[in-house]
Design a protein around this ligand. Structure first.
Ligand SMILES: [Zn+2]
Length: 161
């Protein structure tokens, strides 16, 4: 009887482990800056929260960052990570700040099907905040990529020179 009980416990332990492993696989990626929605709401404006945490999109031509081309860096409005540099910004005519490349390692990619087709979503690699999308119709003379970013997801910091 004792042996049978031990065997039984053993089976339960094994099945629990496999379930736990499956759950870990399903879990979303963890980011080095991680906060609850309540905590994000405290530090972000409602516009920033809508973009970064709810993957929203601002109205085109609404962001003051659209017109900024002076030397400096665009930082994540959620965690302050430098994401884009002015020298990689270009006027795409879309009404959203556009860049041909990001600061290396600062961006994470995901696929979103919100509009019924796959788009490459761009996220801050540090806090997982939604930034915008990347398309391959950018300037051919550089990278050919267009990072279409919501201005509300970023804060501009001019170079100190
Ligand atoms: Zn961030």
């Amino acid at each position: 009887m004792k042996r049978f009980v031990l065997l039984f416990i053993g089976i339960i332990a094994i099945s629990c482990t496999s379930t736990a492993q499956k759950e870990i696989k399903k879990e979303k990626k963890t980011y080095s800056v991680s906060k609850t929605n309540k905590e994000w709401k405290k530090i972000l404006t409602s516009e920033q929260y809508y973009i970064l945490r709810q993957a929203g999109t601002e109205r085109p031509f609404s962001s003051p960052l659209n017109k900024i081309y002076t030397a400096g860096t665009f930082h994540c409005a959620g965690c302050n990570t430098p994401l884009y540099e002015s020298k990689h910004k270009f006027d795409s005519g879309t009404g959203w700040p556009s860049f041909d490349r990001a600061v290396e390692g600062s961006i994470d990619k995901d696929v979103d099907h919100k509009l019924g087709y796959a788009r490459n979503e761009l996220l801050c690699a540090t806090c997982g905040g939604h930034l915008g999308h990347v398309f391959n119709d950018g300037p051919r003379e550089t990278t050919g990529m267009r990072h279409c970013i919501n201005g509300d997801a970023m804060i501009f910091k001019p170079s100190k020179k």
